[in-house]
Design a protein around this ligand. Sequence first.
Ligand code: PMP
Length: 370
Amino acid sequence: MKGRKLLMIPGPVEFEPAVLQAMGAPTCSHTAPAFIDIFGNCLGMMKKVWGCSDGQAFIMAGSGTLAMDMAGANLIEPGDRALVISTGYFGERYAELLKRYGAEVTILKSETGGTVPVSDIENSLKSTKYKLMTFTHVDTSTAVRVDPRPIGELGRKYNVLTILDGVCSVAGEEMQQNEWGIDVALTASQKAIGVPPGLALLVVSQKALEVWRTRRAPVGNYYCDWSNWLPIMQAYGDSRPSYFGTPAVNLVAALEVSLRMILDEGMENRIHRHWSIAKEFRSTMAGMGLKMLPLREEDAANTMSAVYFPEGVSGSDFLAAIAESGVIVAPGLLPSLKTKYFRVGHMGAVNNADINSTVAAIEKALKVLT
Ligand code: PMP
């Protein structure tokens, strides 16, 4: 198509034609039997993708921040202590969000491009009793991936709820929510889940629901309150009509198609595809003399990359030159380094042809500008 560009930002990403087609189908009633089936199927498939067979899935109209808000609103009461493990911009966002609900927040910040040492997290948990801790599986501002396993273990050991912001990881990075002991794993539709922006998706452990049930005060956010939404999710799961707020019918229809494609590919194959594309991309960048923002290769995400601009080249000229070749990548996001690096999303429906076009566009920009 003339003028069409390849969207290689870390969300929204390129979507499968079948997913877009489902979005364009005539809108049905949110209580129609066919839609109830679609919604119920999505809830069931989410639990498979998340690796959380006994969790409760929630599908909400909204963006990833709403998913973060839903966990915060329902699990925090004024005066509760929360530990935020921050590897970038979205960790900071979670700290601000939790404060709105009256949490006393402690932030453990990593050095830029690094992760917070597990021993630092354990020391914090030893010295203070927290109700919950949050961490960003892949922080989209740094492309740093955090290993959820030791954090889940610490959550169990110190009886602290764990919230995983998986907006830039779920369905692109390995996820075993049950096994790892993660209480809330949340994401949004527009990234590795492969559906246009507009859905906030969460899977919540029974333990987190139990903590929510024993709240002293009502949830201070009407729209997010699980009292309003849990019966709706349960009704859809049991094939019964129900209503609290109108679901994003067409997006949910698209979600069903995408989740089915994800499970048909197989989680292991899908994670492997993301791993191999990311690895190849990073080594090609290194071959061109471009440096990655993550300090250690083993902390670099498979869903996206953050790459420093070449020395002496203006970032905006570099991005414009890449766009000239028909590829859209994203500028930096971390306030302290914003003009120094760019970000490339390689998740969801991404294939070798997409990444090759991106590499070629970067190579050409390098030739023209250096
Ligand atoms: N967390 C992470 C890790 C993200 O990447 C994003 C979006 N880039 C968000 C939270 C917020 O999601 P949204 O923009 O959909 O509100």
